[in-house]
Design a binder for this molecule. Structure first.
Ligand SMILES: *Cc1c(COP(=O)(O)O)cnc(C)c1O
Length: 428
């Protein structure tokens, strides 16, 4: 370790706290030992992790670069300014706020910037692919705001834009929100913009899931259409666990005031430094190629599962994730998740549109390719993985000792040994 850097000293932690250090190594073993298909996860780089494990964590820096409430901010100001500039240039945005602690915190700030309690937002419903923070009753967003929800069309299983327009005209929302956590298809931002303009609404895109694909140029950007775009930095984007917001010049002051002091206190400067590192990574040709491969892999995985009777909703995907209907193989989402888990495959159960099951049972699973693509896997491996998932889901069992669990797990082990997550140094 460089003697001018202090942080990320694993040996010292191991000596002081063997219990927590064994959690850290245990988690790394878990990541390395199985297939991670959770669509919202990724493996950030050692450089990002190094920034996270730095002394910037100590610094109080309430305010913004050059306008802080504390002294001693000269170095962290540089980190935040770099993060802001890199974020703006990555997305071609007028303004960026890189302080939100997470996707939910970023969303809270957007509500704070544009809505008073009781005002109306029109957003995608959670069971059709939205997000908890988009006005569900269990979230601040549904408790404090009047949320109206649109969904997907029964036949296409894609966003019902006519319904969006009808509801917008009927309810005249202050804010129209697009985005969600289980939307496999591209979103028609131009159509949303036109609907927002028709009713005088702010157009907000929650791009948490797909912003990484936008950063790499693999799918179209919402930035030219939206008033404001909130996102997480830890999903396809592959940065630290955190959030950010970009917006037009017109909304700069409202967004900055809503993040601090309205919703948050001191920013996490170590995470902001890590976001700066991540935005630099995202501007490279390697990252652009990565995002194209993420989408190519997701298409093959979705199709492969479909060939095994595990139908992709909407018929496939344009992004990093697909949603699958298990009713054709007579397995519930909760059972599929448990069977895959026993076979070394981590994925999540998910409600499908018009799901006859309760959300905690669900008729579907959601799979995503950010992690396996970071490991270097391609289309050939996706076909293999589709077969392994189908074998575990259809013939397997939640018992890890069941012969099918063992059989699939052995093949998962071969695959992850050929494409390791966080490869060990050659000498080790
Ligand atoms: C993941 C996600 C969020 C929340 O992000 P957190 O960092 O978990 O708070 C918000 N909106 C959407 C659409 C998401 O997918």
């Amino acid at each position: 370790m460089s003697d001018t850097f202090y942080g990320s000293d694993f040996e010292a932690l191991e000596a002081f706290d063997p219990e927590i250090s064994s959690v850290l190594t245990g988690e790394l073993d878990r990541l390395r030992g199985g297939l991670q298909l959770i669509a919202s996860e990724n493996f950030s780089s050692p450089e990002v992790l190094t920034a996270l494990g730095s002394t910037l964590s100590n610094k109080y820096a309430e305010g913004y670069p050059g306008r802080r409430y504390y002294g001693g901010c000269s170095e962290v100001d540089k980190a935040e300014s770099l993060a802001i500039e890199r974020c703006k240039s990555l997305f071609g945005a007028d303004h960026a706020n890189v302080q939100p602690h997470s996707g939910a915190s970023a969303n809270q700030a957007v509500y704070g910037a544009f809505l008073k309690p009781g005002e109306t937002i029109l957003a995608m419903s959670l069971p059709h692919g939205g997000h908890l923070t988009h006005g569900t009753k269990v979230s601040f967003s549904g408790k404090w705001f009047d949320a109206v929800h649109y969904g997907v069309d029964k036949d296409s299983e894609d966003i019902d834009y006519d319904e969006v327009e009808r509801l917008a005209k009927e309810h005249r929302p202050k804010v129209l929100l697009a985005g969600g956590s289980a939307i496999p298809r591209l979103i028609d931002f131009a159509r949303f913009r036109a609907i927002a303009d028709e009713v005088g609404a702010i157009f907000w895109v929650d791009a948490a899931h797909f912003i990484g694909l936008v950063a790499g140029g693999a799918i179209p950007s919402p930035v030219p259409y939206a008033d404001v775009v909130s996102f997480t930095t830890h999903k396809v984007l592959r940065g630290p666990r955190s959030g950010a917001i970009v917006c037009t010049e017109q909304h700069r002051a409202a967004i900055d005031k809503a993040v601090f002091p309205m919703m948050q206190g001191g920013p996490q400067m170590h995470t902001i430094a890590a976001k700066a590192v991540n935005f630099k990574e995202c501007a490279t040709p390697e990252y652009a190629a990565y995002t194209r491969q993420v989408v190519a892999n997701a298409k093959v995985l979705a199709q492969g599962l479909g060939e095994h009777g595990i139908r992709p909703t909407t018929g496939g995907t344009d992004t990093h994730l697909s949603l699958h209907d298990l009713q054709g193989v007579l397995v519930t989402g909760v059972d599929a998740e448990a069977r895959c888990d026993a076979a070394g495959i981590t994925l999540n159960k998910n409600a499908i549109p018009f799901d006859p099951q309760k959300p905690n049972i669900a008729s579907g699973i959601r799979v995503g390719t950010p992690c396996v693509t970071t490991q270097g896997m391609g289309e050939e491996q996706m076909r293999t993985i589709a077969g392994l998932i189908a074998r575990a889901v259809v013939d397997g069992d939640a018992d890890p000792e069941h012969p099918v669990s063992r059989e699939v797990r052995a093949q998962v082990t071969d695959l992850v040994e050929a494409f390791p997550a966080y490869p060990r140094p050659a000498s080790a």
